[in-house]
Structure formats: structure tokens, C-alpha cells
Design a protein around this ligand. Structure first.
Ligand SMILES: Cc1cc2nc3c(=O)[nH]c(=O)nc-3n(C[C@H](O)[C@H](O)[C@H](O)COP(=O)(O)O)c2cc1C
Length: 158
């Protein structure tokens, strides 16, 4: 099992120069190793807070770095297709406001579903706790406990 903590990683931003290097086959070895870990994983778990109606930009940055042709996805003469093994993706999050998974204001899961399709990763399962910034400390604990219970239940068949 490999755990990547984005706060501890040096994430370069994917800009023109990096794309140019990538097109010339120059890709940072560590970045390749992240992408290969994603490709080879049986299961993937993402834990990230809900920021600005989605997940933090650092995670999007990480996805862009790891979206590497011939590693996480491939392409034929018509379209791209996934190259990853994982049959399931679990996404765990907490939201400050009272916004539910699937609400149109919740823009993290639609993106994760689309990226899963691109990379060929199986269905997305979501564990969330919401309204966390507007309830008492006691209620926060109850919601966290509930999320942990749901998570443990989900991983039984994960
Ligand atoms: C930078 C930042 C942006 C946030 N944006 C949102 C938001 O758009 N919607 C929301 O419901 N909560 C938002 N929140 C609140 C967090 O989702 C909420 O506090 C969450 O429980 C944080 O989880 P953590 O304690 O694990 O960091 C934001 C928090 C921060 C720090």
C-alpha cells in the first residue's frame, strides 16, 4: 500500500514549459512513480476537505501531474481510454456548509467521476460529513463517528 500526503509533496504546477518537456518525453521520476502507483493500485482512497465548492486545487494539480499518456491513460485514433487497474475509488470528505453529495453546488464528485472514466478506474463511492462549520462540537463528533461507521461499512465490500 502506498500513501501520498499532498502537503508533503513538491507539486509543480502544470504550465506550458512542463507540457513542452512532457511532449519531449521528459517527466520527473517522482511524478512518474506517483502515476505508476495509481495505475497499479487495486483500490484508491482519496481524503480531502471541501474547498471552494470542490476539492483543494493541490489535488487537481496532483491529478494533472499524474495524468500521463501511456501511464494512467492511453489513446487510439479516436479517443482516450483508461489504463488503471483499480476497480473502486473511495472519496472521503467533510464540508463546512450543509451541502450533500450530488447537490449541484458540490463540484468535487462530478469531476472525480469524469477523471475516473479517463483513467479507467471503477465506480466512485463517497463518504462525507457536512454542515461541519455550523454545528456544535458535540454534533461534529457525532457526524465524524457516523462517517467513520459508514467508511468501515463501505470498506467491507471494497
Ligand atoms: C480554504 C477553505 C475553503 C473552504 N470552502 C468551502 C466551501 O466552498 N464550501 C463549504 O461548504 N465549506 C468550505 N470550507 C469549509 C471546510 O469544508 C470545512 O471546514 C471542512 O470540515 C474542513 O475539513 P478539515 O477540518 O478536515 O480541514 C472551506 C474551508 C477552507 C479552509
Amino acid at each position: 500500500m502506498r500513501t501520498l500526503c499532498l502537503n508533503e509533496l513538491e507539486l509543480s504546477i502544470v504550465k506550458k514549459d512542463l507540457i513542452k518537456q512532457r511532449n519531449n518525453g521528459i517527466i520527473d521520476k517522482e511524478v512518474i512513480s506517483w502515476a505508476e502507483s495509481i495505475r497499479e493500485a487495486d483500490r484508491i482512497v482519496i481524503a480531502a476537505p471541501f474547498w471552494d465548492m470542490s476539492f483543494p486545487a493541490a489535488l487537481k494539480n496532483f491529478f494533472e501531474l499524474c495524468s500521463i499518456f501511456d501511464v494512467t491513460f492511453k489513446s487510439d485514433d479516436k479517443t482516450c481510454y483508461g489504463n488503471c487497474r483499480a476497480e473502486k475509488l473511495l472519496y472521503i470528505t467533510t464540508r463546512g456548509m450543509n451541502i450533500s453529495t450530488g447537490d449541484e453546488l458540490e463540484q468535487a464528485t462530478p469531476y472525480l467521476k469524469a477523471l475516473s472514466w479517463l483513467w479507467g478506474i471503477g465506480p466512485l463511492e463517497v463518504i462525507s460529513a457536512q454542515n461541519m462549520d455550523y454545528v456544535s462540537e458535540e454534533e461534529i463528533e457525532i457526524r465524524i463517528e457516523e462517517a467513520i461507521k459508514n467508511g468501515l461499512e463501505a470498506v467491507r465490500s471494497f
